[in-house]
Design a protein around this ligand. Structure first.
Ligand SMILES: *Cc1c(COP(=O)(O)O)cnc(C)c1O
Length: 370
C-alpha cells in the first residue's frame, strides 16, 4: 500500500537525535519557557529572515495571538473586518472570529488556489484593517500588488504560513513577507513536531512583545497580569524536536520538489488538472505541502486509487462558508471555491516516498477513465 503520509517513517530518520534530545529535556527538569525554546526561536527567526520569532502552542493560537495582539495595541478593534481566502482551512476563519473580528471571504485564483489578490480591493470597506494571506498547499501567496494595496489602504498583512515553511518569494522567505506570520508545526506539516506547536514571526517589536505576554496569561512578570491573555506555550520537548528537524527542512523540501516534478512530468491524463508552476525543481515559491490535482469525477478516481492501494485525501471537502459553524455565511455563494472543493484530490507526497511509488500512482491515474 502507498500511504498518503507516513509520520513514523519521517521521524524514524531522526530517531537517534530525537531520543537524545528528549532524554536531555527529561533530565533537565525544566519543561516550559526554557533554553530550548529560546534556541529554537532564534533558529526560526534566522531561518525566516524576520526579526522576531515567538513559539506558541499551535498554529491556530499563532494566528489568534497576532490578531489579539493588534487589538491590544489599538491597531485592530472589535468588529473590524479581516479579508481571508474563501477556500482556506477553517482555522484561518476561526482565529478571526475568536478574536472578535469579522472574516470577509474573497475567492481564490483557480490555477494557484491562493487568494486572488486582484479581487481584494472590491471587498475593502471602512472596517477592513487586515488581510490574511494563506500560502495554501505550500505555495506562496504574494505579489508587489499586495504590498501596494496594504500601503494604500493601511492594511496589516498577516501570513498564514502553516503549510509553507521554507518557501520564498523574491529571495524572501514566508514569515518575512507580511507584517506578521503564523506557523503550525502540527505533525503532518512540512516541519512537524511530535505533538502540537506553532510560532509567530514579525518585524514589529511591539507586536512581538505583546504576543509573548498574551500567550503567557497576559504577563511577563510572575503574578502580574497586564492583559486578559491565554495559555499558549511551546513545550521545551517540542522545541528540542523542532530544532533537530529544522536542520533537515531544506533537504526535505527539496525532495518534495523533486517528487512534485515527477508527478508533473509523468501525469498524462487529460481529465486531470495539474497544479501549474514554472520550473518546479528550482521554483522556491512552492514547498509542496500537498500535491493537489483537480478532476471532475473525483469520487470515482478516489475510489479507484484506494481500491488499488493508494491512499488519497481531500483538502478540503467542505468550504468554510458551507460549514454549520458559519451558518451566517451559508447563503453566500463562492463559485470558484465551491468548484475547488468539489474537484480537488491530494496525492501521496511526503519526503519518504520513493520515485517508484510516485511512478505507480502516475501509472494508475494515467490508466483511469471515468
Ligand atoms: C494546520 C493549519 C492551521 C492550524 O494549525 P494547528 O497547528 O493545527 O492549529 C492553520 N491554517 C492552515 C492553513 C493550516 O493548514
Amino acid at each position: 500500500m502507498i500511504k498518503f503520509s507516513d509520520l513514523q517513517k519521517i521521524n524514524e530518520q531522526y530517531r537517534e537525535d530525537l531520543k537524545r534530545v528528549s532524554a536531555e529535556v527529561i533530565d533537565s527538569g525544566w519543561y516550559l519557557l526554557g533554553e530550548r525554546l529560546a534556541v529554537f526561536e532564534k533558529s526560526l527567526q534566522k531561518f525566516t529572515g524576520s526579526t522576531h520569532a515567538i513559539g506558541v502552542g499551535n498554529g491556530f493560537d499563532a494566528l489568534f495571538l497576532i490578531l489579539k495582539g493588534y487589538i491590544e495595541l489599538g491597531i485592530l478593534k472589535h468588529g473590524d473586518e479581516v479579508i481571508v481566502p474563501a477556500n482556506t482551512y477553517i482555522a484561518t476563519l476561526l482565529s478571526v472570529s475568536n478574536a472578535g473580528l469579522h472574516p470577509v471571504l474573497v475567492e481564490p485564483d483557480i490555477s494557484s488556489y491562493n487568494l486572488d489578490i486582484s479581487k481584494i480591493e472590491e471587498h475593502i470597506t471602512t472596517k477592513t484593517k487586515a488581510v490574511i494571506v494563506v500560502h495554501l498547499y505550500g505555495r506562496v501567496c504574494w505579489s508587489s500588488d499586495i504590498e501596494v494595496l496594504a500601503k494604500k489602504h493601511k492594511l496589516k498583512i498577516i501570513e498564514d504560513s502553516a503549510q509553507a515553511i521554507g518557501a520564498s518569494w523574491n529571495e524572501k522567505k514566508t514569515g518575512a513577507l507580511g507584517d506578521a506570520a503564523a506557523f503550525s508545526f502540527y505533525p503532518t506539516k512540512n516541519l512537524g513536531a511530535l505533538g502540537d506547536a506553532g510560532a509567530i514571526t514579525t518585524y514589529d517589536a511591539n507586536l512581538a512583545k505583546m504576543v509573548r505576554k498574551l500567550a503567557n496569561y497576559g504577563s511577563n512578570v510572575k503574578y502580574r497580569h497586564e492583559y486578559k491573555g491565554v495559555n499558549s506555550r511551546m513545550d521545551e520537548i517540542q522545541a528540542a524536536f523542532l530544532q533537530v528537524k529544522l536542520n533537515f527542512l531544506d533537504t526535505e523540501n527539496k525532495i518534495r520538489r523533486e517528487l512534485a516534478n515527477f508527478y508533473l512530468q509523468n501525469l498524462k491524463n487529460p481529465d486531470i488538472h495539474l497544479p501549474r508552476i514554472e520550473h518546479p525543481l528550482s521554483n522556491e515559491s512552492h514547498v509542496w505541502h500537498l500535491f493537489v490535482i483537480r478532476v471532475q469525477s473525483r469520487e470515482i478516481l478516489k475510489e479507484f486509487l484506494e481500491k488499488n492501494g493508494v491512499q488519497v485525501l481531500i483538502h478540503y471537502p467542505i468550504p468554510p462558508h458551507q460549514q454549520q459553524a458559519y451558518a451566517e455565511l451559508n447563503h453566500h455563494s463562492f463559485p470558484i471555491t465551491e468548484k475547488i472543493h468539489k474537484e480537488v484530490l491530494s496525492l501521496p507526497l511526503v519526503p519518504v516516498h520513493s520515485f517508484k511509488e510516485i511512478e505507480q500512482v502516475c501509472g494508475l491515474i494515467n490508466n483511469f477513465s471515468a
